[in-house]
Design a protein around this ligand. Structure first.
Ligand code: ADP
Ligand code: MG
Length: 444
């Protein structure tokens, strides 16, 4: 009988890597994924060897989803993946393994108030989250937390869930992202199980919805959220939401939802100040079981200012690189590694000029037209595509992008970005176009 899966583990993994290589920043790809090797395929489990536990943790958390999708595309059937640490010296504590597991409330145990460092940028949101945890349905309902990416929204909202499940066992807490909610809703519509779907969400005591900006311009989803909200709120049950922008800035949000989101308390998360960044690094080093000297932590905190995920990423990357070469982490070696990590990413940084050049070539118009005021479709559509790519491929602010496109304001940029994003979801041809443009832009 023929082998069902003719690909070897080694080749399958190589294919996965080539499939995802353009989708992850080059330096991260080199650090985390290149050292991994396909080891075996048994049954429907692909085992991949990685150097040590740092790698297992990091890959699990950051790349599992993208790897699973690539694998499904390549093999064409469900195959699960397991990362195996070769160096067993650095062992995870049992406790740590448990922390990464997702429980029946869809919560990760490691996101707690205990591991959340409080500083000037998050003091208010933290206090509100704690108040809601202590008296759900009574303090602020709903609680709406917003802030830029990597500032702790998911951590904080899940900390509420973990606090309640620990202190009031049996309460029906559920964490979901707005996107997951939509996917489940679509499934329920297709399978005629809407009644069960509604019942499931409306039967919660505490509902946590992450990344609510996803409701933008989606009428059906807004409608369902509206009724879920009413059903919970009317019976005194707690709703907590996060978003990357305040409710009022969510495009196409219905008035009735907007007003409800503002019934309770709306608070924001701001980037951490220097002391908070140091405290966060200390907590993370401790959690990783590593001791890192203060001068190194100070150096990292000076280099990375506005995104806690990146701050944490830099530290963990340093620890992983050190564990690979078995060297001791010194200030000098850290500086060099960090300069390498951050510096190299800077070199490959994409400029808006490059994006404008590639997009205008593709649509046979001039880059000046993209920056100009004309609104005919033959120009405004390419302009929207260029704006979309600018937001996806650079880390410039909406304001800076607006400036590069002839002084447009941030809400226009957001609107254009969202428009293309939702078109891509529906239009395969455009999706392929955008993929090709992205590739071209990176070729410079
Ligand atoms: P967001 O959802 O806003 O994009 P996350 O909640 O995913 O951000 O946070 C990114 C990373 O930074 C997570 O690993 C989280 O644990 C960490 N983090 C964010 N804020 C804090 C904080 N105040 N203290 C400790 N860790 C934090
Ligand atoms: Mg998040």
């Amino acid at each position: 009988m023929e082998n069902i899966n003719p690909l070897s583990a080694e080749n399958t993994w190589k294919e996965v890597l080539s499939n995802i290589s353009g989708k992850i920043p080059t330096q991260s790809f080199k650090t985390w994924l290149e050292p991994a090797k396909g080891a075996s395929i048994k049954g429907n489990v692909l085992t991949v060897d990685v150097p040590n536990m740092f790698f297992v943790d990091w890959i699990e958390e950051h790349y599992r989803k993208i790897i699973e999708i690539a694998l499904l595309n390549i093999v064409g059937s469900e195959i699960s993946i397991k990362f195996n640490p070769i160096e067993r010296g650095i062992k995870p504590k049992k406790e740590k393994e448990r922390l990464y597991r997702i429980d029946s409330h869809n919560l990760q145990k490691r996101y707690t108030f205990k591991t959340f460092v409080v500083g000037s940028g998050n003091r208010f949101a933290h206090a509100a989250a704690l108040a809601v945890s202590k008296s759900p349905g009574q303090a602020y309902n709903p609680l709406f937390i917003y802030g830029a990416v990597g500032l702790g929204k998911t951590h904080l909202i899940q900390a509420i869930g973990n606090y309640v499940t620990e202190n009031t066992p049996g309460s029906k807490v559920y964490y979901t992202s707005c996107e997951k909610f939509l996917n489940e809703m679509v499934d329920a519509i297709q399978n005629s199980t809407m009644i069960q779907f509604k019942k499931r969400y409306r039967g919660k005591d505490i509902l946590l919805i992450d990344d609510l900006q996803f409701i933008e311009n989606k009428e059906g989803l807004q409608e369902e959220i509206f009724h879920t909200f009413n059903s919970l709120h009317d019976t005194g049950r707690q709703i907590i939401m996060t978003s990357d922008r305040p409710p009022i800035e969510i495009n196409g949000i219905e008035e009735r939802l907007l007003s409800r989101f503002q019934w309770g308390l709306v608070c924001d998360l701001k980037p951490p100040d220097f002391e908070t960044r140091i405290a966060i690094l200390k907590t993370k080093a401790e959690l990783a079981g590593a001791s890192v000297s203060n001068d190194i932590l100070i150096y990292i905190a000076q280099r990375i200012k506005s995104n806690i995920r990146e701050l944490e990423g830099a530290l963990v990357t340093l620890l992983a690189l050190t564990s690979l070469t078995d060297t001791k982490l010194t200030l000098d070696s850290s500086k060099q590694m960090l300069d390498d990590i951050l510096g190299r990413e800077k070199i490959t940084k994409i400029s808006i000029e490059r994006i404008q050049e590639v997009v205008s070539n593709h649509y046979v118009i001039t880059p000046q037209a993209l920056r100009g005021k004309r609104r005919t479709r033959s120009i405004s559509f390419p302009r929207q595509v260029a704006i979309y790519l600018s937001r996806e491929q650079t880390d410039l602010s909406l304001k800076a992008i607006g400036k590069a496109f002839g002084g447009r304001d941030h809400s226009t940029i957001l609107h254009d970005y969202d428009k293309i994003k939702s078109l891509i979801a529906k239009d395969d041809e455009l999706k392929i176009d955008i993929e090709q443009l992205s590739k071209k832009i990176k070729e410079c």
